[in-house]
Design a protein around this ligand. Structure first.
Ligand code: SF4
Length: 256
């Protein structure tokens, strides 16, 4: 299906980012003194992200009219949010993802159909899934190995040549910004039970299991990281912490 859309195209840029799609139940407080946490960073996506930015602009405008120094806490944002269609739309779809996750495609899909068509998203039930995302990972022995075809260089490409297009160039001698709490976990748990998933989910090939004389070891090519934050969220035991690297190392997207 994707091939139909990609054939004849040209690879011009590369990037990746985890999407915060917890919806209404997972929204943080979005205002604070002098700043907002809005858009995709807060968990509103696409048109709802745009609306959260528009509400922020209106809140700042009102604050500046009232106080020329603009030193307010910006808490009026919460009221703007609650009275807008953005809150209503997010509220009506609050159970959509959780229903599919809890009850599966058919039962969850049936619930969503009834909730959305008969109740307009207002069925009096709040479904929440308190599990961390990483807790849903299956062990390697419970999964069938997928053998992906090699990139053909026409519509699919290897990760390293794609990373080049993200304009990432971290200084190689800076402290590693991908911190391991326990250096044994990558081999004992990640490799032993999950076949080292970081080798596959990292879109920049940062994590590599190298086979050596004394046995396997994990190599972290931190200079290639394109800051998607998947490893911080998806590592099976939460052993990886992403911290901010030195500034100016990309990724940079000049065409966006
Ligand atoms: S190292 Fe982590 S944050 Fe960086 S690209 Fe890979 S998965 Fe994303």
């Amino acid at each position: 299906m994707f091939k139909d859309y990609l054939t004849g195209g040209r690879r011009v840029a590369y990037g990746a980012r985890v999407i915060n799609k917890g919806g209404f139940h997972a929204l943080p407080t979005m205002h604070m003194p002098g700043a907002f946490l809005i858009g995709c960073d807060a968990g509103t996506l696409a048109h709802t992200a745009m609306k959260s930015g528009m509400l922020a602009a209106e809140t700042v405008f009102d604050a500046l009219l009232e106080d020329e120094q603009g030193g307010k806490d910006l808490q009026a944002y919460a009221e703007h949010f609650k009275s807008s269609w953005l809150c209503d739309e997010l509220y009506r779809s609050r159970n959509f993802g959780s229903a599919l996750k809890k009850w599966g495609l058919y039962l969850g899909g049936a619930y969503n159909y009834l909730d959305q068509t008969l109740f307009g998203g207002k069925f009096p039930l709040d479904l929440q899934d308190d599990r961390e995302d990483r807790e849903t990972l299956k062990e390697a022995t419970d999964c069938k190995q997928i053998n992906y075809p090699k990139p053909d260089g026409v519509i699919s490409f290897d990760r390293l040549s794609s990373v080049y297009l993200s304009n990432t160039s971290h200084e190689e001698d800076q402290p590693c910004h991908l911190r391991l709490q326990d250096r044994d976990i990558p081999l004992v748990i990640n490799l032993g039970r999950y076949d080292a998933p970081e080798q596959r989910y990292c879109p920049a090939g940062v994590y590599e299991i190298i086979e050596q004389g004394e046995g396997p070891r994990l190599q972290i090519n931190a200079q290639n990281c394109i800051h998607c934050k998947t490893c911080d969220i998806k590592d099976p035991t939460g052993n990886i912490t992403w911290v901010t690297p030195e500034g100016g190392g990309g990724p940079n997207y000049p065409n966006m």
